[in-house]
Design a protein around this ligand. Structure first.
Ligand code: FES
Ligand SMILES: [Fe+2]
Length: 420
């Protein structure tokens, strides 16, 4: 593990060098090359463990959801069986390969393909074939749904598209999996989803959520004054850590922040907790246990806003004093991405809380639009070929670390080699 604390008042912070990364400008080819995209799909997305989200999403036996993975031209059906296990299957019928499940989510103990009514139990077993006698030497046992390797870590569902994953999930997560064990994620069973398809490479979208350097420029009216202050005008991070291909940056929050006098609505719903205007919790008591965990706000700084934690290759868990949210950056093609952000919020116990949540959600929508509003323009600029490289500053260390590891996985013959 590389563990670095930054003195954001210094002439320059020192996170990149401490993470063992070089400081040269980085190539833009990974953001626009079809060959690179193909290599990324083959060597990274089809070999890494990929997080699909919280298992609370399929809490009861029979609950299921379908995740489309455009890069693999595949759909994965995740479901909880009667014995409580989470299983994943390709959403492909064993007869003539139609899609078995057409809904995005629901609850069913059996799935019936609409084409010829073949029926599967949700543990994948084929249990019904109309006019079975008219097939030849039919072996029902071998015609179940095709399983996808699936494992759970700390309530997060992961899949692996290798038929036999080269390394187990625990090995893929490495030290990260140990350090982030036992975090009681608040309201993990309740989320709202923001989803969009953007005409930009998945890394352009992911990079937009990987640094705070952009905050004073892109978010001046929303969260600018919470992530930056006179003390830290450029929103430099507090610390950064890396564990193999995984990484986390702890970001600065202005402890003095209060909504300006003119912001009547924000003042009405301001929960008066540190860096309060981006948060869902009504009070710090709601998240105290969560915040005490050593991996969260690792320096235990009083000037803390968010930990941006990025699981290789395409998943982020962001935690703040008020709760947590996640981002998925799903590649569609070299220049298109499906981005899914989920925010976890509690049931509102009273009218004020409900209004506070509505304000929070509306505010989030605004901030997210600010974040992704320039990504398609960025992609156009990259695609133009005007530039071959981009310089990255020290606060953009997560982007550099991501690219470094993508290069490593693409060059590596085996996953063990990529993780070494
Ligand atoms: S393709 Fe599914 S039943 Fe025929
Ligand atoms: Fe942002």
């Amino acid at each position: 593990m590389n563990d670095q604390v930054a003195d954001f008042r210094a002439d320059r912070t020192n996170l990149t060098a401490l993470a063992g990364l070089d400081t040269a400008p980085v190539s833009l080819e990974p953001y626009r090359s079809q060959d690179w995209f193909d290599a990324e799909v083959r060597q990274v997305f089809k070999r890494a463990w990929l997080c699909l989200g919280r298992e609370e999403r399929i809490a009861a036996p029979g609950d299921y959801f379908v995740q489309t993975l455009e890069f693999a031209r595949a759909e994965v059906l995740a479901t909880r069986t009667k014995d409580g296990r989470v299983r994943a299957f390709h959403n492909v019928c064993s007869h003539r390969s139609n899609k078995v499940v057409l809904e995005r989510e629901g609850n069913a103990s059996r799935f019936m393909c609409r084409y010829h009514n073949w029926t599967y139990r949700n543990d994948g077993e084929l249990v019904g074939v109309p006019d079975q006698k008219n097939f030849f030497d039919f072996d029902r046992k071998s015609c179940g749904l095709t399983p996808v390797a699936c494992d759970i870590w700390e309530g997060w569902i992961f899949i692996n598209l290798q038929r036999e994953p080269e390394v187990p999930l625990a090995e893929f997560l490495g030290a990260f999996g140990e350090i982030y064990r036992g975090i009681p994620y608040p309201n993990a069973d309740r989320s709202i989803l923001f989803e969009s398809r953007l005409k930009a490479n998945w890394k352009v979208i992911a990079d937009a959520f990987a640094e705070t350097y952009h905050i004073p420029a892109i978010h001046p009216e929303t969260i600018g004054a919470t992530f930056a202050s006179n003390e830290n005008p450029f929103a430099r991070p507090i610390s950064a850590q890396t564990w193999g291909p995984h990484r986390s940056v702890s970001t600065y929050g202005n402890p003095e922040y209060a909504p300006p006098p003119g912001s009547q609505v924000e003042r009405l719903f301001y929960s008066n907790i540190a860096t309060g205007n981006v948060l869902s919790a009504a009070s710090l008591d709601d998240t105290e246990v969560f915040r005490r965990h050593p991996a969260i706000n690792p320096t235990k700084s009083a000037s803390w806003a968010v930990d941006v934690t990025w699981l290789f290759p395409n998943f982020q868990i962001d935690v703040s004093p008020g709760g947590f949210w996640t981002h998925h950056f799903w590649p569609v093609s070299q220049d298109e991405t499906r981005w899914e952000a989920r925010f976890y919020i509690p049931d509102a116990p009273d009218v004020w809380s409900r209004l506070q949540q509505e304000h929070y959600i509306a505010r989030l929508g605004e901030i997210l639009l600010e974040d992704v509003g320039n990504t398609e323009r960025t992609q156009e600029g990259i695609a133009s070929g005007a530039k071959d490289t981009m310089p990255l500053q020290d606060g953009e260390v997560m982007i550099r670390h991501s690219l470094h590891n993508l290069h490593k996985w693409i060059a590596a013959g085996t996953v063990a080699e990529a993780l070494a």
